[in-house]
Design a protein around this ligand. Structure first.
Ligand code: HGY
Ligand code: MN
Ligand code: MN
Ligand code: MN
Length: 397
C-alpha cells in the first residue's frame, strides 16, 4: 500500500532544494547547485528504497529495481522560475510506488529523474540523449541564454556519473504529472489519462542591425534590431491566422537585446521562437511562414538575419495497454470523475516512447497555473493520482 504521509513528506522535502520563498515554487535549473544537491538527496532516497542508483553522463538519475521492471518517473530540474510540482511530482510518486511495491512483494518498479527536461539547453535534453533522439556531441554544443555550453555545465556532475543505463531492462514507462493547464480544474475532475502529447519546434532567431546613438539617429536611418522583432511578432500573428487551430500555440519567451541600454539603438536582437501543435505538417507550414517572414522583415529594414538550430519533437500517442491500465485505475479511484485528454505540455515520455511503450497520468493544476511560482495542486488530488498509479501497476503484472 502506498503511504501518503511518506509520499507528501518527500515531495515537500524536494521543494527545499532551490526554494523561491516560503510556500512558493523553486529555482532549480539543470546542473545548478540546487539541482545537483536535489539529485544527491534523491539518490539517497532511492538507496533507502532498496534501488540501485546509477547516473548517466547527462545526469539522468535512475533507481533500478531487478530487471525486467517497469520504469516510472519524470524530472527534478525546474524552469528559471518554476513551480514545486512540475516534474518533482512524477519523480516522488514513482519513488513511493517503487517502495510500496517492494514492501508488498509486488512487481519491480524502477525510478528515474531525467535531466534538463525544462530545456535550459534545448528541448527535454536529458531524455532526448538517453533515447537516442539527440547525440551527446550534438547536445554538448547547445548553449543556454547566457552562452554556457551544456558540455561545460554537465561537469558539475563530477564523479556522480556511473555510466550509461541500458533501456532494454524496462518493459514500459509511466509518467505522472500535473496538468499545467485549466481543463481538469475547470471541470472539477480529479484525474486525466493522457491520449497523446503535442509536437514542438524551438529555434533562436537573430536580427543584426546597427548599434547607434538613441538621441541623434533619425528614425528613418535606424537599423533597429528590436523594432524588427516587434514588427515580426505583429505580422506573424496575422500570417498564422489561416494556418492554426485553437490548439496551436506559439511563444516568443526570451528576447536579448544588445547592448540593452536606454540610450542606444539596439544593434542586435536574439529571441526564442517556439511553436506547438498536434500535427507535424502544420508545424512544418508554420516553420516556413516564420522563416519567410523573418527574411522579409530583415530585408525591409536592412538587417542581417540568422537562425539557430531547429530543435523539436514530434507528437506522440500513448500506448493502448498502459493507457487502459491507467483508465481502469482512474475509474476505481475516482469513479466518473476523470477524463482522457491530450497534453499541450511536453514531457520526457515523448522521448522515452522511442524506446518502449509509454503512458501518462495528470492531476489538476489549481487555476491552471504552471511555469510560475504559484503552481499548486490539492493534496487529495496528489494522493488520488498515486493511488491510480498503484492500481495500474498491479493490473499490469
Ligand atoms: O515546456 C514544456 O512543455 C515542458 O514543461 N518543458
Ligand atoms: Mn514537467
Ligand atoms: Mn515544465
Ligand atoms: Mn553621450
Amino acid at each position: 500500500m502506498i503511504n501518503p504521509t511518506r509520499f507528501l513528506s518527500d515531495l515537500h522535502h524536494l521543494r527545499s532544494f532551490g526554494p523561491a520563498g516560503v510556500g512558493k515554487g523553486v529555482v532549480r535549473p539543470a546542473y545548478s547547485d540546487a539541482d545537483v544537491a536535489a539529485r544527491d538527496w534523491l539518490a539517497g532516497r532511492m538507496r533507502d528504497a532498496g534501488l540501485t542508483v546509477q547516473m548517466d553522463g547527462m545526469g539522468n538519475l535512475f533507481g533500478l529495481a531487478d530487471a525486467p521492471s517497469l520504469l516510472m518517473g519524470s524530472h527534478s530540474d525546474s524552469q528559471p522560475e518554476g513551480g514545486w510540482l512540475d516534474g518533482a511530482l512524477g519523480v516522488i510518486a514513482a519513488l513511493e510506488i517503487a517502495r510500496a511495491s517492494r514492501e508488498a512483494g509486488g512487481p519491480p518498479v524502477s525510478v528515474v529523474s531525467f535531466q534538463d527536461e525544462e530545456g535550459r539547453f534545448g528541448v527535454t535534453t536529458g531524455s532526448a540523449v538517453w533515447s537516442g533522439h539527440l547525440g551527446q556531441n550534438e547536445a554538448d554544443v547547445l548553449t543556454d541564454h547566457a552562452g554556457v555550453a551544456l558540455g561545460d555545465a554537465r561537469k558539475a556532475l563530477g564523479d556522480r556519473v556511473t555510466g550509461p543505463v541500458d533501456p532494454s531492462q524496462f518493459t514500459g514507462f509511466i509518467e505522472m504529472h500535473i496538468e499545467q493547464g485549466p481543463t481538469l480544474d475547470k471541470s472539477g475532475e480529479q484525474i486525466g489519462v493522457v491520449t497523446d502529447i503535442v509536437g514542438i519546434r524551438d529555434m533562436k532567431i537573430t536580427f543584426d542591425g546597427q548599434q547607434n546613438h538613441a538621441g541623434t539617429t533619425p528614425m528613418h536611418l535606424r537599423r533597429d534590431a528590436f523594432q524588427a522583432v516587434s514588427a515580426f511578432n505583429t505580422a506573424l500573428n496575422d500570417r498564422f491566422r489561416n494556418v492554426v487551430t485553437p490548439q496551436t500555440v506559439w511563444t516568443i519567451g526570451h528576447v536579448s537585446l544588445h547592448p540593452n541600454a536606454s540610450s542606444i539603438v539596439p544593434g542586435r536582437a536574439v529571441f526564442s521562437m517556439q511553436w506547438r501543435d498536434g500535427d507535424s505538417d502544420r508545424l512544418l507550414r508554420m516553420e516556413g511562414i516564420i522563416r519567410d517572414l523573418a527574411a522579409q522583415v530583415a530585408q525591409d529594414r536592412g538587417l542581417g538575419l540568422s537562425f539557430g538550430p531547429l530543435l523539436g519533437l514530434e507528437p506522440v500517442a500513448m500506448d493502448g495497454r498502459l493507457r487502459r491500465a491507467l483508465e481502469q485505475g482512474a475509474e476505481a479511484v475516482a469513479p466518473g470523475n476523470w477524463r482522457t485528454m491530450p497534453s499541450g505540455a511536453l514531457h520526457d515520455a515523448t522521448n522515452v516512447s522511442r524506446l518502449m511503450p509509454v503512458a501518462m497520468l495528470f492531476v489538476p493544476s489549481i487555476d491552471g497555473i504552471s511555469h510560475a511560482f504559484e503552481e499548486d495542486t490539492a493534496e487529495d488530488d496528489l494522493i488520488a493520482g498515486v493511488q491510480v498509479l498503484e492500481r495500474a501497476v498491479q493490473a499490469l503484472t
